[in-house]
Design a protein around this ligand. Structure first.
Ligand code: NAP
Length: 472
């Protein structure tokens, strides 16, 4: 842990294991309530000076972070693959995205503007200025252990906030590597603090504190709801990047090859463990069989194995629980009439023996009432559902509590606008299975979250707007 510019050790040592091999990757020290309390105090103490720095000064620290991340990019990618299993190719993409977030906010730090507002009396002058919210608690998941931290710390530091980061205990090593960089570039003491350990005591301490003015959380909807409820005690601001269950709609007039290629890219990144993964694949009746055949052929070719091996295209799931959850959804679908076109089972034996490997799976004849159509899937399963017309598919796609990412494929220009506007989701990819960019807003509606990360929008949640009226 890293608190007030010091590396902190406790007597609680925790082993981080590689989900591909079961081997220990490294150990981290666990802290709890006490260490979180120290981190809050350090962040509070550091806040006035950090907030008072000029935008240019804060920006220059962020640029130094960017330079160091670039220098260490391969080392960081290796850490990500070892601690959570995604392939080294996907891990390199994640590092590139983390660098891009810090770079964007290094640039954007200098463009935080307020307003001069026309007054209603001749002897008054009105202005709105934007100020950092203060001490921020950031809680991140294991599936993007570096880029999720970057997407929070970048804007927090740019705006003048100070931070306490709590990464997932499943994958804390990327955060340790990031904080080593903060240490090396001489980030002032207490500006960014890292606390690792059981989530309960750490999160409760952050939530109960009156000093922590904002919580930025990325993780499941279930935990997000607990934090939203806890935030009421101190009326904390919250940003919530929660679960998703993305529809992926392929209309009869779509470019089928493009849709198949996009689906595979989007589905199997992070081994099917992404909040934006296409999870409900609606294919129109006229092309259903052709689409299913082409998809099956491509999925059969996916090479699964240790993510460190350059030739592998998919790695293991994060842990045993993840395997069980995927199997439960597949068994339920089969029980209710789905057919397995590929996979549908755990991979075992040989090099798979000590890891959590699951075969890339395709199910056909999936229907709306199955578990897999209603509960977030976090694994390499593509369920195919058939639909007959536009109105019907929009209704089915929207009929869920989630509203994060959505995708559809068509060549009809007016349908592109019509469907985009009717999908009840925070993000829509039209003939685009990877519609995300550092300069664009990322986030969901309904139970997928509150607020936006990325782009100029990503700064808003870290800023308070203050009105100043001067009588002259
Ligand atoms: P999770 O179980 O909700 O955990 C997320 C973070 O919260 C981890 O740091 C976790 O720590 C901590 N946590 C767990 N229980 C907690 C509690 N009761 N109080 C406070 N903190 C708690 O989610 P996950 O399994 O790590 O990640 C997968 C989920 O994240 C999926 O639902 C996915 O859709 C979502 N996600 C959303 C986005 C987005 O941008 N919308 C991006 C990525 C992932 P420990 O792991 O140490 O317990």
């Amino acid at each position: 842990m890293y608190i007030n510019g010091e590396w902190i050790r406790t007597d609680q040592l925790f082993e981080v294991k590689n989900p591909a091999t079961g081997e220990m990757v490294n150990t981290v020290y666990f802290g709890g309530k006490e260490e979180t309390g120290w981190a809050i105090q350090a962040a509070e103490k550091a806040f006035p000076q950090w907030a008072a720095f000029t935008a240019e000064q804060r920006s220059s620290y962020l640029w130094r972070i960017v330079d160091k991340l670039r220098e260490k990019k391969e080392e960081l990618a290796q850490i990500i693959t070892k601690e959570m299993g995604k392939t080294i190719h996907h891990a390199r993409q994640e590092v590139a995205s983390a660098i891009a977030f810090f770079q964007w906010y290094a640039e954007e730090a200098r463009r935080i503007y307020g307003d001069i507002i026309p007054p209603s009396a001749a002897n008054k002058r009105l202005q709105a200025i934007r100020q950092p919210v203060g001490v921020v608690g950031a809680i991140t998941p294991w599936n993007f252990p570096l880029s999720m931290a970057a997407r929070k710390l970048g804007p927090a530091l740019a705006t003048g906030c100070t931070v306490i980061l709590k990464p997932s205990k499943e994958a804390p090593l990327s955060s340790v590597a990031l904080f080593k960089i903060f240490d090396e570039i001489g980030l002032p003491k207490g500006v960014a603090n890292l606390v690792i350990g059981s989530s309960g005591p750490i999160a409760n301490t952050l939530m109960n504190s009156k000093i922590v003015r904002k919580i930025s959380f990325t993780g499941s909807t279930e935990v997000g709801k607990i934090l939203i409820a806890q935030s009421a005690q101190t009326v904390k601001r919250v940003s919530m990047e929660l679960g998703g269950h993305a529809p992926f709609i392929v209309f009869d007039d779509a470019d089928i090859d493009l849709a198949v290629e996009g689906l595979i890219k989007s589905k199997f990144g992070s081994n099917g463990q992404q909040c934006v993964c296409p999870n409900r694949i609606y294919v129109q009746d006229g092309i259903y069989n052709e689409f299913a055949e082409k998809l099956k052929e491509k999925v059969q070719q996916i090479k699964v194995g240790n993510g460190l091996d350059e030739q592998n295209e998919m790695g293991p799931l994060v842990n045993e629980e993840a395997i069980q959850k995927v199997q439960e959804q597949i068994d339920d679908a089969i029980h209710h009439g789905a057919c397995v076109l590929n996979g549908g089972k755990r991979l075992s034996g040989g090099s798979y023996s000590n890891g959590y490997f699951y075969s890339p799976s395709v199910l056909s004849n999936v229907t709306d009432n199955m578990l897999i159509s209603n509960e977030e899937t976090f694994g390499p399963v593509i369920p195919l559902l058939i639909f007959h017309n536009e109105e019907e598919v929009i209704k089915r796609a929207n009929d869920i509590e989630f509203g994060l990412a959505s995708y559809f494929y068509t060549k009809d220009l007016s349908r592109m606008y019509r469907v985009s506007e009717q999908l009840d989701y925070g993000m829509v990819g039209v003939n685009d299975a990877i519609p995300f960019a550092v300069q664009a807003p990322f986030g969901g509606v309904k139970e997928s979250g509150l607020g936006r990360e990325g782009g100029k929008y990503g700064l808003d949640d870290y800023l308070d707007t203050k009105m100043i009226s001067v009588q002259i």
